[in-house]
Design a protein around this ligand. Structure first.
Ligand SMILES: [Zn+2]
Length: 303
């Protein structure tokens, strides 16, 4: 295990969707001559998107094509890696010859570079998809800065891509049990996961953690420590993972979001994950990493 670089993620192995950062070469986003030259080069690779979905090959891996094989749509400069320039294009029409899938469907099988490029591209695609008009005057928007700014053609107001921070936390108690909840809106009857929620305006990440725990299960917690973060552009989240230590253990579920919540010892969680009484979240999620990090190893089963 190598010492963590100050600009890399401290988790080893890193989280699935934040394990690789391509060079975003932000300076080039405003260099129209450079952008045109890169687009004219058939070695440039372009990721095809339509309506927030990604074009994949028959092998269910993201389809990268040369610029001449794309169609009309907004171009996004993603960056560079290994001497290759990567763009995404938000196609006006579905691409011929490729299946379109959600990021969620292929996230678990992505390679390092593809994972980094896709969370960037899909987040941008979702932002473009849901920002069709100026938020001040309702005017028409033009894509600028290689897709990273939308400017109102009528009043000039600029909009920038947004990311909505959400906290996700594993609560433990002084007996080192962990608290997992079942979301009553989940399609998985035995699905249990960590608590989570969106950060509100004017709130720190730490306060969001303790507020969400109190609201969802009625437990008072503090001693909030950072675990790691990864983008979750479905549609626009940054998931920020934490541990929190409970000061009270009585559970009162909100009944609105959380239908059931329980404390688990390690032995209980292993037994119930093995017999299927508890089904744990997917391996791409921070929730899974938090649970297995607390457990101290891999647990069986996944949704
Ligand atoms: Zn406007």
């Amino acid at each position: 295990m190598t010492a963590p670089h100050p600009f890399t993620h401290p988790l080893d192995p890193p989280l699935a969707l934040s394990r690789h950062a391509h060079d975003r070469i932000g300076d080039h986003r405003v260099d129209d001559a450079w952008l045109a030259e890169r687009w004219a080069d058939d070695r440039t690779r372009v990721l095809l998107l339509h309506g927030g979905q990604v074009a994949v090959t028959a092998e269910q891996v993201p389809a990268f094509v040369s610029p001449s094989r794309t169609g009309p749509g907004a171009r996004l400069l993603l960056g560079e890696e290994g001497g290759t320039t990567y763009f995404a294009i938000l196609l006006d029409d579905p691409p011929d010859g490729f299946e379109l899938v959600s990021l969620r469907a292929i996230a678990a099988g992505l390679g390092d570079l593809d994972a980094g490029l896709l969370v960037h591209a899909v987040g941008m695609a979702n932002w473009h998809h849901t920002h069709r008009h100026c938020s001040r005057c309702g005017g028409r928007l033009q894509s600028e800065v290689a897709g990273h700014v939308l400017r109102c053609a009528d009043c000039g107001r600029t909009q920038f891509p947004r990311t909505d921070p959400a906290v996700i936390m594993l609560v433990t108690d002084d007996r080192d049990r962990c608290l997992l909840g079942h979301n009553k809106h989940s399609p998985r009857p035995r699905g249990f996961s960590t608590l989570a929620g969106f950060v509100e305006p004017g709130e720190s990440l730490e306060h969001a953690v303790t507020r969400e725990i109190a609201e969802e299960v009625g437990v008072r917690a503090d001693r909030v420590t950072y675990f790691g973060s990864q983008p979750w552009p479905l549609p626009a989240s940054l998931m920020v993972g934490f541990y929190a230590r409970a000061n009270t253990t009585e559970i009162t579920v909100d009944g609105d979001e959380i239908g059931e919540a329980r404390w688990f010892t390690r032995a209980e969680l292993m037994a119930e994950a093995t017999n299927g009484d508890v089904v744990l979240p997917g391996h791409v999620s921070i929730a899974r990493r938090l649970i297995e990090d607390w457990y101290g190893g891999e647990l069986p089963g996944t949704w």
